[in-house]
Write a protein that binds this ligand. Structure first.
Ligand SMILES: [Zn+2]
Length: 109
């Protein structure tokens, strides 16, 4: 199975591109690559969430709200996407209405 080394080669090509200062430094070590991957993930902005990811988060968000958990940690991740995506915003508002309706009528199911 060579998929991991192929993946590492692919990453090396990507990271070497435009990296002129270090062109003489040889290949990036796996540790370098891991460090850069972490950096890339850290730089990912909330608005880069896909609708699929936001939908999954909305489920967690609803569960947390129902349990009465603090949702402030989840919220920034979802909010960035909701600001630019009308579809997910609609879905989120429908979810909130549903939760509020359930809270207002706890006997009904
Ligand atoms: Zn969306």
């Amino acid at each position: 199975m060579t998929s991991l080394s192929g993946f590492l080669d692919w990453l090396r090509r990507i990271f070497r591109r435009g990296d002129k200062d270090r062109s003489s430094a040889g290949e990036a070590s796996p540790a370098d690559i891991a460090r850069r991957l972490v950096e890339m993930i850290r730089q990912t902005q909330p608005e880069e969430f896909t609708c699929e990811e936001v939908f999954a988060l909305l489920d967690q968000f609803a569960d947390a709200l129902e349990r009465g958990d603090d949702v402030s940690a989840l919220m920034p991740m979802v909010r960035g996407h909701l600001e630019i995506c009308a579809d997910c915003k609609e879905e989120f508002e429908a979810l909130l209405r549903m939760l509020q309706g359930r809270a207002a009528n706890p006997q009904r199911s």
